[in-house]
Design a protein around this ligand. Structure first.
Ligand code: SOE
Length: 394
């Protein structure tokens, strides 16, 4: 029996794509990192008992449940990991924090600023009792991204002038791709803006250490109705035997906005699910007075860097393969050049959360960081509706 003071008993709510990625992280982290507390995958929660039991067996959870309220109240649970659509983040996180559980919540933090504010207030109250809360922007924990942050923080780029960020996918460019919860505002809060735009808002602020202070933006929904998914019995999208074969898309397909960062940098952002041929392309370029950085998640082990002070005959972007032991997180994994993948960011997230809990420190990004991103998303929506520049409350 593990010493209770060393174990960290985890409950995960939701077991779809994010639940799968988080389960991989809870399973793997203790085997590659020397953790100060030992995560125990105690229970996974799902809406359907059969599917939750199957997920427990497949993903490595000791038990399954269909009642998240009962689970977050259990004395033998220390951490609640929220992997559900955004419409349930606030309710679950606030209940878990009130019950004294540490919380990891998937991004975006919530579906509205009001929800994100309530979650942040709950996290602030819980912190007074040593309870920690983190929002799951995992791309910060890709070694090349963490290296980019380090280089900017060391002043190697000088004064930041431009931040260029795109998140390009194409999984619904086909107008016959069926409805899903990510296309339903009631479940997801927004479309490309919150699902993938949230990532580039967080990443650019993380890398530069600056905050967006104002913006002007536009949302677009190219395909306004789609077929219901086969067997969509959830009813959440009107499917489940409805006589109507097609339903409305109630979120944006794409978002683009111009932004100003504190310190004066100019930002250009684009998040779309209609970039045919781009599967998960997070492209960030930062231009400073002393140099530039460039990253593309579809080549995620590489960071490109140019030092403006290089002699002319050798000037130009150098291709840094961020797989050396000296690069963030890499020493725990493979020899140089063997590369990491999408799932490693989730494992690094678990490592940093468990370490913060053991050290009694606040993990990053915090719920307050998630609230800031929510305010940027909300400003884009308001700007698109009103065709006006919007300031971001700090
Ligand atoms: C779908 O767009 C999605 O799964 C996002 O929800 C994730 O946050 C991103 O990491 C990959 O794409």
């Amino acid at each position: 029996m593990t010493d209770p003071s060393s174990s960290l008993r985890v409950a995960m709510v939701g077991h779809a794509f994010m639940g799968n990625a988080h389960s991989q992280a809870w399973r793997t982290a203790p085997h590659f990192f020397d953790l100060p507390r030992h995560p125990e995958m105690t229970v996974v929660v799902g809406r359907d008992a059969g599917r939750a039991a199957e997920a427990a067996a497949r993903l490595g959870w000791a038990e399954s449940s269909t009642d998240w309220r009962e689970v977050v109240a259990r004395d033998d649970i220390d951490v609640v990991d929220i992997c559900t659509p955004g419409d349930t983040h606030a309710e679950i996180a606030i209940a878990a924090l009130a019950a004294g559980k540490h919380v990891l919540c998937e991004k975006p933090l919530a579906n509205t600023v009001a929800e994100a504010e309530a979650m942040t207030a709950a996290a602030d109250q819980a912190r007074a009792h040593g309870v920690r809360a983190m929002v799951g922007f995992t791309y910060r924990r890709v070694p090349a991204i963490a290296l980019a942050r380090q280089l900017v923080a060391e002043g190697r780029l000088g004064d930041i002038r431009h931040v260029r960020a795109q998140y390009l996918q194409d999984w619904i460019a086909d107008p016959e791709a069926p409805l899903s919860w990510r296309l339903d505002k009631a479940k997801a809060g927004s479309g490309a803006l919150g699902d993938i735009g949230a990532h580039i808002v967080d990443l650019t602020q993380f890398i530069t250490g600056s905050r967006i202070t104002e913006l002007t933006g536009r949302l677009e929904t190219f395909v306004k109705e789609r077929p219901y998914a086969a067997g969509d019995t959830s009813g959440s999208l009107g499917g489940g035997g409805s006589s109507v074969e097609r339903g409305p898309v109630t979120v944006d397909d794409a978002a683009s906005f111009l932004a100003t960062f504190d310190g004066g940098a100019m930002g250009v952002f684009e998040a779309t699910r209609f970039a045919t041929g781009r599967k998960n392309a997070i492209r960030i370029e930062v231009n400073g007075s002393l140099g530039s950085l460039a990253f593309d998640f579809e080549d995620m082990n590489v960071l490109e860097y140019v030092d403006a002070r290089d002699d002319a005959e050798i000037a130009g972007f150098r291709r840094i393969l961020a797989t050396e032991p000296v690069h963030p997180y890499v020493a725990a994994w493979w020899p140089p050049g063997h590369g990491l993948g999408y799932e490693h960011g989730f494992t690094h997230q678990v490592v940093d959360l468990v370490t913060a809990i053991a050290d009694g420190t606040d993990p990053s990004p915090s719920f307050a960081d998630g609230l800031n991103v929510q305010r940027v998303l909300d400003a884009v929506e308001t700007s698109s509706l009103t065709r006006t520049w919007q300031e971001i409350q700090q």
